[in-house]
Design a protein around this ligand. Structure first.
Ligand code: S3P
Length: 425
């Protein structure tokens, strides 16, 4: 069984959230093309609807009736962010500078995720919040903001972006420093909107604009969704798979470096731009995988893909160590614990550590029943693990994949069935 040919993946989730938010703040109707159909982006659309922003589907795109920088309206009901941490945390920054009180809430997973990291960074802007402990629900008390100089204290694009969005609505300049470089979509997209914003020595400076122009965004494919295909191809000897029209932002490309470190043959070619972001194709030809050590900046640049790295490590020759990734414990699930439990259940040799895993690779897994921990990336990573298992891998909640990639299982199965039929012809 091999994976060959070319696939398209859904629009980038991180960029999609931002395109919707910036369109909502624009002067007049903006357009978002190529938006992914996943549950998290639906959460941002629904939240904006609750905030008084009309969004309608038109020819496969979304038209967003921008209400201007400070035109969001406080709903009487709590705003439901579903499973989406990005929706909730970015809205904290954006709503801090609006008029009224806004309660943000979400599902059981979101109610376990930390928010003080955001509210703390927003306090110097004059942001006011009511929250019991460190988790949603929380209430944002909107009001006038002043520009601030802040340190995020953590390499988190969500925290950094919340601060930049507060700065966008504030009076006077803002400077945001982060300890290591997290994904920079907010910065790129604000520059594409002609906002006076620049980054030097780990600090991003922003001068608030009087207004944001309405524009059309073309969202590139999501490299984090492509990663499941690339990992699948890397695990199937003889594969040669291309992902088309995918985002190639350097702050997101760590997983490609991991694949190369583990022995895969990977080519990434920038062919154009969308949303101020490089985009192009990635081609992977499989080769025998070997263990690797993933830590520091590389762990940060491949953070969302580390569940897949655990799968690759479980099936690579020798030892794989993932370190400096304690943030995985506060994602949609405790991904360190969830992946260690799921991979152990299918016969992998994996030890969970506070900030990652130590894994002894083997040729094939046994298969078995696994818990996806209500986490889309765990569910899809274990589906990929099933490609090199002697028995089936049975996932308790495969539908959770729809948070970022509806139809992934079906698309992968259809592609593999096609490959088998082709080889039998
Ligand atoms: C995201 C940032 C990342 C990532 C998440 C999406 C974003 O989280 O894990 O899936 O769109 O800003 P951090 O805030 O930890 O960087």
């Amino acid at each position: 069984m091999t994976l060959e040919g070319a696939v398209n993946v859904p629009g980038d989730k991180s960029i999609g959230h931002r395109a919707l938010l910036f369109a909502a703040l624009g002067d007049g109707p903006g357009r978002v093309e190529g938006l992914g159909a996943g549950g998290d982006l639906a959460s941002t659309r629904r939240a904006l609807g609750q905030l008084g922003v009309a969004i309608r589907a038109e020819d496969g795109a979304f038209v967003v009736d921008g209400v201007g920088l400070r035109g969001l309206r406080a709903p009487a009901e709590p705003i439901d962010c579903g499973n989406s941490g990005t929706t909730l945390r970015l809205l904290c920054g954006l709503l801090a500078g609006q008029t009224g009180d806004f309660t943000l809430d979400g599902d059981a997973s979101l109610r376990r995720r930390p928010v003080l990291r955001v509210t703390r960074v927003l306090a110097p802007f004059g942001g006011r919040f009511t929250v019991a402990g460190d988790h949603p629900p929380l209430t944002v008390h909107g009001g006038a903001l002043r520009g601030a100089t802040v340190h995020t204290g953590i390499a988190s694009a969500q925290v950094k972006s919340a601060a930049l969005l507060a700065g966008l609505l504030a009076e006077g300049p803002t400077a945001v420093t982060e300890p290591a470089r997290s994904r920079d979509h907010t910065e790129r997209m604000l520059r594409a909107l002609d906002v006076d914003l620049w980054t030097a020595d780990g600090t991003t400076h922003l001068q608030p604009p009087a207004s944001l122009p309405a524009r059309a965004w073309q969202v590139p494919g999501d490299l984090s969704s492509a990663a499941f295909w690339l990992a699948a191809a890397a695990l199937l000897p003889g594969s040669d798979l291309t992902i088309r029209r995918v985002g190639l932002n350097p702050t997101r490309m760590g997983f490609l470096d991991v694949l190369v470190a583990m022995g895969a043959d990977v080519e990434a070619v920038v062919e154009g731009e969308g949303c101020g972001e490089p985009m192009g194709h990635v081609r992977l030809r499989s080769a025998g995988l070997k263990g690797a050590r993933i830590d520091g900046d590389l762990a940060l640049r491949s953070l969302d893909e580390l569940p897949l790295v655990a799968v690759l490590g479980a099936l690579a020759e020798g030892e794989t160590v993932v370190a400096d990734a304690a943030e995985l414990r506060v994602k949609e699930s405790d991904r360190i614990g969830a992946m260690a439990a799921a991979l152990t259940a299918v016969g992998a040799r994996i030890e969970a550590r506070p900030d990652g895993w130590r894994i002894e690779g083997r040729d094939a897994l046994a298969g078995g029943a696994v818990a996806a921990a209500h986490d889309h990336r765990v569910a899809m990573a274990m589906q990929v693990a099933g490609l090199r298992s002697q028995g089936p891998v049975i996932i308790d909640d495969p539908a959770v994949a729809a948070v970022s990639y509806p139809g992934f299982f079906e698309a992968l199965q259809a592609r593999l069935r096609g490959a088998v039929e082709e080889s039998e012809r």
